[in-house]
Design a protein around this ligand. Structure first.
Ligand code: PGA
Length: 247
């Protein structure tokens, strides 16, 4: 059985006071062999979150494709590991669109993360224009294959995929559970081709306007193994509801 993940992506949000309140107020199950709960704060808040998190996993929103050197403003995978980082989000659509990350950059980041025993959460997803042109499967498959180019996987928990249709992110307009399921199935089939015997057991999260009111319906679908959540992960009560919905 694929593991279930509820990952919060806080993006460029939360004050220190908000963070303290959040960790005081959450009441979520412990992560175990079947479930993994985590939050990715801004890098500047990583240590504060680690100190307050107890059992909650703390991740990064981005990682450099280089280990060290003259890369002002970047975050080294070596030092993320040193900070006991539990996962790294790679290739979020905002990084692709606003900071011009390419499939090649993403592939390098995934490689280096794996080399340093970090768990990459690889984001893929089509724009509205691509969906309206009927190209969603083509786009998502291309992003998937290129993110994983020349990458060996030996066990199912080494990577996580997040399908996030760009038109559903921050818009309040989630994909329906059937729309998500259809793409997740395609991703799962492709993963099995890339990694026979392992691929179809890799967790695939859905992201895009996930909230307490739609999480259960999404999680009921066969190939949906959790969620990557922006807005609804900022509030302790909503995040708690999302995590408890997995049980
Ligand atoms: P959202 O963001 O839940 O606010 O739509 C999801 C994401 O960007 O990962």
């Amino acid at each position: 059985m694929a593991k279930t993940y509820i990952l919060g992506n806080w993006k460029m949000n939360q004050s220190i006071k908000n963070i303290e309140d959040f960790f005081n107020d959450i009441n979520i199950p412990k992560s175990d062999d079947s479930s993994f709960f985590g939050i990715a704060p801004q890098a500047i808040h990583f240590s504060i979150c680690k100190d307050l998190a107890n059992d909650l996993n703390i991740g990064a929103q981005n990682v450099s494709q280089y280990e060290s050197g003259a890369h002002t403003g970047e975050i080294s995978p070596v030092n993320l590991k040193e900070m006991d980082c539990d996962f790294v989000i790679i290739g979020h659509s905002e990084r692709r669109a606003l900071y011009k990350e390419t499939d090649h950059n993403i592939n390098e980041k995934v490689k280096l993360s794996l080399a340093h025993n970090l768990l990459p959460v690889i984001c893929i997803g089509e724009t509205l224009e691509e969906r309206e042109a009927g190209k969603e499967v083509q786009v998502v498959t291309y992003q998937l294959v290129n993110a994983l180019k020349n990458i060996e996987i030996n066990n199912t928990d080494q990577i996580v995929i997040a399908y996030e249709p760009v038109w559903a992110i921050g818009t309040g307009k989630s994909a329906t559970s059937d729309q998500a399921q259809a793409i997740h199935k395609e991703i799962s089939n492709k993963l099995e081709v890339l990694y026979p015997g392992i691929g179809s057991k890799i967790s695939i999260l859905y992201g895009g306007s996930v909230k307490p009111s739609n999480i259960s319906e999404l999680l009921e679908k066969e190939n949906i193994n959790g969620a990557l959540v922006g807005g609804a992960s900022l509030k302790a009560s909503d995040y708690t509801s999302l995590c408890t919905a997995t049980k």
